[in-house]
Design a protein around this ligand. Structure first.
Ligand code: PLP
Ligand code: TYF
Length: 396
């Protein structure tokens, strides 16, 4: 019987969604979960996705099993999106790309591959990081440590402390890095910093796993892929987990990819065969619908161009809301410059868990207890209210 089982606590981020739904206040603002909301305050269905679905419906495609590694056109298109269509590693066929169950599924397969096939027993994640990173690595048998990331005053990255942490790691440690739009801090490495990071990763014989869940939401679709492309340029063998949840708005369809960059094509083929074996025993093959949508959009130059425009529109709305929050803070006599220094969906406010509770309970502004707010939940109607609420809590 199951009587001895104890309930598990809710996920600290997804649990907020339920709390928010139950809140009767009209002024409530959802800045919790990392989902892009438009200016009207809802999650949009992207136009290019709608168009792709229309075309797919017209074709009346059957729903057979996908290959274990996913839909070939999806994998090829996403690989080009991530690495750049003319990248030498793409042309050399030395990247093994498989379709995964979102970015989460890619991370999980990456950890399984590293542990089972590369003998990796230790991983490190950024302090702080997305909570699921730690859970995923542990579930796949890795011991998980943390590397220093944020300055004590939370004003930026403590790059010296970060480098010291990397330099102290034993060879073959898996190092999970955020490719862009760091979750939860919003602070990303500069290009020069990335060059230094890559040098240390190579010198210390570490295994990089780059997680890029927000391509297109930071500096732009091409710009955000800088770190992944740099590693590939430098001939590093590494793993990258990417996601179409945010930049295609396909959260619930579970579309992502794992890319394993190898030394040559032959190695990549071996790696693909191994990944297929892992997938077979975990879930056999990925679902059809989401991957077909992405393949349709990326495979048609016109549709891809309109998708790029839509993503750029989302990105510039986020940048605009960062500026609006900064301005609204100024009007309250506070310095919210953190908002304009950070990238992507998230900002670290510097508020404590208790202050975030106060923000939620007294003002109905829902952010994560680690002090993170989702900038994509702001719009021109709520930004002043949020700034006033934040100001009240900062001054309390
Ligand atoms: N990695 C990070 C840092 C994230 O914030 C997310 C969030 O959704 C993911 C990976 C995975 O996303 P998904 O599995 O929805 O594609
Ligand atoms: O950090 C976020 O808000 C997103 C969404 O268990 C998310 O990454 C949050 C928690 C979770 C899964 C996804």
């Amino acid at each position: 019987d199951f009587a001895a089982l104890a309930p598990m606590p809710d996920d600290p981020i997804l649990g907020l969604v339920e709390l928010f739904k139950k809140d009767p206040r009209e002024t409530k603002v959802n800045l919790g979960v990392g989902v892009y909301l438009n200016e009207a305050g809802f999650l949009p269905l992207m136009e290019c996705v709608e168009e792709a679905e229309r075309r797919l419906l017209e074709r009346h495609l059957p729903r057979g099993y996908m290959p274990m590694s996913g839909m070939p056109q999806y994998c090829a298109s996403v690989q080009k999106l991530v690495f750049g269509k003319d990248h030498a590693a793409v042309k050399a066929g030395r990247i093994s790309t498989i379709q995964t169950l979102g970015g989460t599924g890619a991370l999980q397969l990456a950890a399984a591959f590293a542990h089972q096939f590369l003998g990796v027993n230790q991983g490190v994640v950024s302090d702080p990081t997305w909570g699921n990173h730690i859970a995923i690595l542990k579930a796949d048998g890795l011991e998980v440590g943390k590397y220093a990331y944020l300055k004590a005053d939370r004003s930026g990255i403590d790059f010296e402390a970060f480098k010291a942490a990397l330099n102290a790691l034993p060879a073959k440690t898996l190092v999970l890095l955020h490719g862009c739009c760091h979750n939860p801090t919003g602070f990303d490495f500069s290009h020069d910093e990335w060059r230094e990071v890559v040098k240390i990763l190579v010198e210390r014989d570490l295994l990089p796993l780059i997680d890029m869940a927000y391509q297109g939401f930071g500096a732009g679709l091409e710009e955000d892929a800088f770190a992944i492309r740099l590693l590939a340029d430098e001939g590093v063998t590494f793993l990258a987990a990417t996601s179409c949840s945010k930049n295609f708005g396909l959260y619930g369809e579970r579309v992502g990819a794992l890319h394993i960059v190898c030394d040559n094509e032959k190695e990549a083929q071996v790696v693909t065969s191994i990944m297929k074996r892992i997938v077979r025993q975990e879930y056999s093959n990925p679902p059809t619908h989401g991957g077909q949508i992405v393949a349709e959009v990326l495979g048609d130059p016109e549709l891809q161009a309109s998708w790029r425009k839509e993503v750029e529109g989302m990105r510039s709305r986020i940048v605009g809301m960062r500026e609006a929050l900064y301005a609204a803070g100024k009007a309250e006599g506070l310095d919210f410059s953190f908002a304009v220094k950070q990238h992507g969906m998230f900002s670290f406010t510097g508020l404590s868990a208790e202050e975030m509770d106060l923000l939620r309970e007294k003002y109905g502004v829902y952010g994560v207890r680690n002090g993170r707010i989702c900038i994509a939940g702001l719009n021109h109607r709520n930004v002043e209210y949020v700034a006033k609420s934040l100001a009240a809590v900062f001054k309390a």
